[in-house]
Each structure stands twice: as C-alpha cells, then as structure tokens.
Design a protein around this ligand. Structure first.
Ligand SMILES: *[C@@H]1O[C@H](CO)[C@@H](O)[C@H](O)[C@H]1NC(C)=O
Ligand SMILES: *[C@@H]1O[C@H](CO)[C@@H](O)[C@H](O)[C@H]1NC(C)=O
Ligand SMILES: *[C@@H]1O[C@H](CO)[C@@H](O)[C@H](O)[C@H]1NC(C)=O
Ligand SMILES: *[C@@H]1O[C@H](CO)[C@@H](O)[C@H](O)[C@H]1NC(C)=O
Ligand SMILES: *[C@@H]1O[C@H](CO)[C@@H](O)[C@H](O)[C@H]1NC(C)=O
Ligand SMILES: *[C@@H]1O[C@H](CO)[C@@H](O)[C@H](O)[C@H]1NC(C)=O
Ligand SMILES: *[C@@H]1O[C@H](CO)[C@@H](O)[C@H](O)[C@H]1NC(C)=O
Ligand SMILES: *[C@@H]1O[C@H](CO)[C@@H](O)[C@H](O)[C@H]1NC(C)=O
Ligand SMILES: *[C@@H]1O[C@H](CO)[C@@H](O)[C@H](O)[C@H]1NC(C)=O
Ligand SMILES: *[C@@H]1O[C@H](CO)[C@@H](O)[C@H](O)[C@H]1NC(C)=O
Ligand SMILES: *[C@@H]1O[C@H](CO)[C@@H](O)[C@H](O)[C@H]1NC(C)=O
Ligand SMILES: *[C@@H]1O[C@H](CO)[C@@H](O)[C@H](O)[C@H]1NC(C)=O
Length: 537
C-alpha cells in the first residue's frame, strides 16, 4: 500500500514537472479523524507568500489523479466530490479538508507557481483514522476470591492505530511483573492471586492514537475475602453473672460478602445466627464457653473467635435458720441450728452470736461445711440471737434466730429478820435466778404453808411463828428446785435479856435528838439577840 502510494507520488510529481528546491509540505504521513477535518500546512519562504499565481491540489487514492482544488487568477476550481469540504488559502497554499472519510486516504500533492514563474511542489500521505470508541474492559471471572483468583482483564476498543493505557483510579496503573502484569501490547492486564483492594481503583482502560483517546467505563469487580479479624465481646464483661441479668454478646469479622455468624455454646452450635446474641434473664445452665464462628459462602473460609467464659450464679435468698423446736434446758439439751437458703448456693457461711463472730468451743461445734452448729449441752450463756450470713459471688443473705436456754433456779436466798417481838410484822423475801422465773412454795417447820409467792408475810408475830421457814424455788421447765431455810424467833414482851425493844430504843434516840436540836437552836437564838450572859468562868 505504502509502496504503491510512493510510486504514484513519484508519477504525480513527474507529471507536475519540475522538482527543484525543497518540498513545501512537512514530512508525513498526515493524520485526520473520520468525520473531522484536516489541515495540510505548507512551508514556504516569506517572499513567496501572496505571490502565487496558481495553487493546485491533487489527490491520488490509488485509482488515478483527481483534482481537489485549484486557485488561479480567474478564480477557484473545486474538484468533484470536494464541494463544501475544502478551503484553500491562496496566499499560503494551506488546504483544509473537512468531513473526512476512508476514501480520503491517499497521496496529496500541491503545486504552486509564483509570479516569478517559480514552481513550488510538495506531496504527503493522509491517513484517515477511525474514531476511538467502545473502549471496554472484560473480565475472565465474574466472582473472584482473594488470594485464589487470577483476574485477567482485557481491554478492547474500536479505532485505528490504537495503543492502550490503564488507570488505577486517577493514577497510571503500576505493574510489578509478578502480581500485576500487562501484555506487551498492553491490552491484557493480569492480576494473579488478586487482593481485595486491587480492583477498587476503579480500573479504567484508555485507548488512544495520535489524535484521540477514549476511556472505558470504570471497571469494578468485588473481590470476596475473609472472614478475618474476628472479634467477640461480652457485655457486661464480668466473669460471674447474676442469674436473671441480661448479657449481650457481639461478634464481628471482616468479610466480603458479610460473614454468616454462628454462635456456639460449650461447643454446641446455637440456633442463633447474626452479630448479636442476647441472653435475657440468663439461667445458670447458660454458663460456659461462648464463641462465634464466621463463615463466608463465597470464599468457603471460616474462622472461629476466641472463647468468652462466664458463670451464671443464682443470688442467695430465703436464708433461714432452723433451730430446735422444744425448750432448751441448760446442761441437758442439745441445740442444732442449721442455716439454709431457698435459692442460691453459698460460697461462704459465717455464724454470729449477738452481732459478734461466734466462737466455737468444746460445746459449740460448727459443722465442717459451716451449714449448722451444734451446742451440746446448752448453757445459760448460750441464750441470744444467732445469725448466719450466706455469701456468694453475686449476693449475700442472712437469717437470725433467738434462742432461750432455760436454767435455774440458782442462788436462792431468803431475806428478812431473824427475830421479832410479838405483835410485830414480819416479811420474808425469797429470791432466785431462774429462767423461766421460779415459782415458790413456803414450808414452816417442814410443813407446806400454802404460800406460793416470793414473799412470806406475818402481820403480827405470835410466839408460835418461831421456827424454820423453808423457801423452795422451782423451775417447771428445768424441773429443778432449790430450798433455803430461814430461822425466825418471836420474843415475848418484857423478856429481860431482851433489853430495850426496837421501839424503846427508837424513842430514846428520838428524845436525845430533839433535846440536842433544841439546845442548838436556843444557843443560836441567844447569840442573835446578843443578850449578854455573864460567863460563869
Ligand atoms: C476543523 O476542525 C477543528 C476542530 O476539530 C475546528 O475547530 C475547525 O473549525 C474545523 N475547520 C473547518 C474548516 O471545518
Ligand atoms: C491566508 O493565510 C494568511 C497567513 O496565515 C492569513 O493572513 C490570511 O488571512 C489567509 N487568507 C485567507 C483568505 O484565509
Ligand atoms: C495483544 O496481545 C495479546 C497477547 O499478548 C493478543 O491476544 C491480542 O490479540 C493483542 N491485541 C492487539 C490489539 O494486538
Ligand atoms: C490500585 O490502587 C490501590 C490503591 O493504591 C492498590 O491497593 C491496588 O493494588 C492497585 N491495583 C492494582 C491492580 O495495581
Ligand atoms: C460498578 O459500579 C457502577 C457504578 O458505581 C455500578 O452501576 C455497577 O453495578 C458496578 N458493577 C459491579 C460489577 O459492581
Ligand atoms: C433484661 O431485658 C428485659 C427486656 O428484654 C428487661 O425487661 C429487663 O429489665 C432487663 N433486665 C435487666 C436486669 O436489665
Ligand atoms: C470451657 O473451656 C475450658 C477451656 O478453655 C474448658 O476447660 C472447659 O471445660 C469448658 N467448659 C465447658 C462447659 O465446656
Ligand atoms: C483457595 O485456595 C486454597 C488453596 O490454594 C484451596 O484450598 C481453596 O479451596 C480455594 N478456595 C476456593 C474458594 O476456591
Ligand atoms: C419442729 O416442728 C415442726 C412442726 O411444728 C416439725 O415439722 C419438725 O419436724 C420439728 N422438728 C424437730 C427437730 O422436732
Ligand atoms: C443438725 O441439723 C441438720 C439439718 O437438720 C442435720 O443435717 C445435722 O445432722 C444435725 N446435726 C446434728 C449434730 O444433729
Ligand atoms: C417449830 O420448830 C421449833 C424448833 O425447830 C420449835 O421450837 C417450835 O416449837 C416448832 N413450832 C411449831 C408450831 O411446831
Ligand atoms: C435431762 O436429761 C435426762 C437424760 O439425758 C433426761 O432424762 C431428762 O428428762 C432431762 N431433763 C430435762 C428437763 O429435759
């Protein structure tokens, strides 16, 4: 083709005649785009400008010489098929040819004759390029798996003399000869073992020739990957959780498409699928190990999270001390106090008595598990309020029980005079320490009197009241009783060795006191009146 054109050019030039001097056309070939225009520029010496008498353009498309346009003093002549498509500057010989078609491909020659009859000539080849269009990227795969897939992208386009370039986003694509490679003619981009970010650019292909370029649409292909970076959290984070509380577990993993998240409890998959596992009103049986498994149906990869462990503990409630039913008798009964709760399990048990730590002894024994105490035998000092405190990781509860130890009677005594005068009253008081309070009976000279109170009274003593009074204090609960004797003598009136009676002594004492008071008052009165008294001394 080119050879043919060259030959026709030579023929053309020889037909025009002379070949003196340089070509007035720049070295070709000249290119134009279909449907657009092309300008044939000339190189002429300044003195020639405007001095041309004739300028003549001819075309040879391979089927002989065709006149394009000629400018002569008589006017411009446009060749057949060039009407409206050409414009010629007769001063410079520059030709513009519009609405290019494939038929315009060929050799163009110009001959210009100056007023000095000097002939200037030139010839060049015109190429008419197809416009660049339909730039398209096609992929060998529709679904790609990160690291596994090798993506081969092919760029195709319509147009003439095309070369190709690739863009990754806005910057030229960089090849490394290994992971990213381009074919020698740059139409085929190969990404081996594709990474998730490789194709997000997006990737564009540009097809271009000397005159035009065109871009493909952005090429985006989702690279499936993961799951990876799986993370699981539990809220609240405490390792011990109270029964009935609400626990939320969340799981996440990086994955494309989004991973399916399956929950696992103690190695058993739960029916719950999704990023959240909500355990409302958590039960003890829900204690254990939790993890989540992420899987990706496209990559066929899966990943299990770390395990979170928590223990659900029931709060202790309904603590109660079970004590002995019957009465407790000091020195005789055994008391067994047992502390139990209706819900929850205690990790720690503490016994208190009257608010202070209970001190065990050879009588007070705390069971090995501290759930009960045994007091054997009970003594009166064991009375009091017993408290047990049950504690576990999430709660504490306590119960208390008062126990009363029956004892006595102890330290029985009778208070009262030992001797009275006839007609005088007598009151004997019997006392005993006892729980419950003692009941009393009085005997006189060994015979029951019928008096059942703590006090034994005689309004007016008579001689026959003399004798031994016995107070017997009894405790119906302990079944114990203790007796104490008291001796009373009733003296006849005027009995010599009796001396002065109480009343007589009192009378004497009172008389002396009155006399003393009178004397003192008299002395002070005299002093105040300042009556001079002659001192007998
Ligand atoms: C030739 O094409 C250019 C741009 O393509 C345009 O600016 C110019 O006006 C055109 N000239 C003619 C003569 O059609
Ligand atoms: C021809 O070209 C010259 C130089 O470029 C310019 O000054 C002149 O106006 C042009 N004449 C026409 C008719 O376009
Ligand atoms: C570019 O090269 C590849 C092979 O390397 C070939 O298959 C393809 O046809 C070539 N394309 C063009 C437009 O030359
Ligand atoms: C495109 O650019 C992104 C970001 O710079 C890069 O991660 C990716 O590997 C590039 N893609 C290719 C095919 O080179
Ligand atoms: C690529 O992106 C365009 C526009 O953002 C969207 O319309 C198209 O569906 C995407 N193609 C793929 C394969 O994701
Ligand atoms: C647990 O969640 C339920 C609703 O799902 C709510 O009624 C209850 O109060 C929550 N319990 C706690 C302890 O937050
Ligand atoms: C929970 O996991 C631990 C090890 O991490 C294991 O010793 C224990 O037996 C597991 N518990 C259950 C209930 O599976
Ligand atoms: C990816 O490649 C690995 C090993 O090369 C293979 O075991 C796995 O099945 C592949 N995954 C897919 C989705 O083809
Ligand atoms: C205490 O009394 C209750 C009923 O009043 C009875 O069920 C229980 O067995 C009794 N316990 C003892 C230790 O006697
Ligand atoms: C005390 O009572 C508890 C529960 O009733 C019982 O298990 C325990 O054996 C009793 N201990 C004694 C010493 O009786
Ligand atoms: C009571 O006994 C005393 C001696 O112990 C005796 O003197 C007295 O007469 C007795 N009284 C009566 C009324 O028996
Ligand atoms: C004291 O214990 C004995 C035997 O251990 C018993 O026979 C007696 O009834 C007990 N007394 C009381 C008051 O419980």
């Amino acid at each position: 083709m080119d050879l043919f054109h060259l030959r026709s050019l030579v023929i053309l030039l020889s037909a025009v005649g002379c070949c003196n001097g340089q070509s007035v056309l720049p070295a070709g070939p000249l290119e134009g785009v279909q449907g657009k225009n092309v300008t044939f520029k000339t190189i002429i010496i300044p003195t020639d400008v405007g001095n041309f008498i004739t300028v003549s353009w001819n075309f040879n498309g391979g089927s002989g010489l065709v006149p394009v346009v000629t400018s002569a003093p008589k006017g411009e002549t446009v060749g057949a098929g060039y009407a409206g498509r050409v414009s010629l500057n007769s001063s410079t010989g520059v030709l513009n040819l519009a609405s290019l078609t494939a038929k315009d491909v060929g050799d163009y020659a110009v001959t210009m004759v100056t007023s000095a009859a000097v002939q200037r000539t030139g010839a060049t080849l015109l190429r008419v390029l197809e416009p660049v269009s339909a730039v398209t990227i096609t992929s060998n795969l529709n679904e790609v798996v990160e690291f596994n897939s090798t993506v081969v992208l092919t760029c195709s386009a319509k147009g003439s003399f095309l070369t190709y370039k690739w863009l990754n986003g806005t910057t030229p694509l960089v090849t490394d000869g290994k992971h990213v490679t381009l074919s020698a003619n740059s139409t085929v981009l190969t990404v081996a073992g594709v990474f998730r970010k490789d194709l997000v650019g997006p990737i564009y292909c540009t097809a271009f020739n000397n005159l035009e370029s065109d871009n493909s649409a952005p090429f985006n292909l989702t690279v499936t990957y993961g799951p990876e970076n799986i993370a699981m959290t539990v809220t609240p984070t405490a390792e011990i959780q109270k029964k009935g509380s609400n626990i939320t577990l969340t799981c996440s993993a990086q994955s494309s498409p989004a991973a399916v998240l399956q929950w696992i409890h103690n190695g058993v998959p739960l029916s719950v699928v999704g990023p959240k596992l909500v355990l409302d009103n958590v039960a003890v049986a829900q204690s254990g190990n939790y993890s989540c498994m992420a899987s990706n149906a496209k990559t066929l990869r899966y990943l299990e999270s770390t395990t979170a462990k928590f223990t659900v503990v029931e709060a202790i409630s309904g603590a109660k001390i079970t004590g002995p039913n019957g009465t407790l008798v000091a020195g005789n009964s055994t008391a067994n106090l047992s502390c139990q709760a209706t819900t929850g399990t205690a990790d720690a048990r503490v016994w208190l008595k009257n608010g202070a730590a209970l001190s065990p002894s050879n009588r007070v024994v705390v069971s090995a598990d501290k759930s009960s105490i045994t007091i054997k035998p009970v003594q009166k000092e064991d009375s009091g309020e017993y408290q047990c405190k049950l504690t576990n990781a999430v709660s504490t509860d306590s119960a208390s029980l008062k126990i009363v130890i029956s004892f006595g009677p102890e330290t029985v005594s009778v208070k009262g005079v030992n001797s009275v005068k006839v007609t005088e009253p007598v009151m004997l008081k019997c006392a005993a320490v006892s729980l419950p309070a003692a009941t009393y009976t009085w005997k006189f000279n060994g015979t029951l009197t019928g008096v059942m109170t703590a006090e034994y009274g005689i309004d007016a003593a008579v001689a026959t009241n003399s004798g031994i009074y016995t107070c017997e204090a009894s405790n119906a609960v302990t079944g114990l009783s203790t007796s104490v004797n008291h001796k009373l003598s009733v003296k006849e009136e005027g009995t010599p060795d009796d001396g002065l009676s109480g009343g007589q002594i009192a009378g004497i004492v009172i008389g002396v006191l009155i006399a003393l008071v009178l004397i003192i008052v008299g002395v002070r009165y005299m002093r105040r009146k300042k009556i001079p008294i002659e001192s007998p001394y």
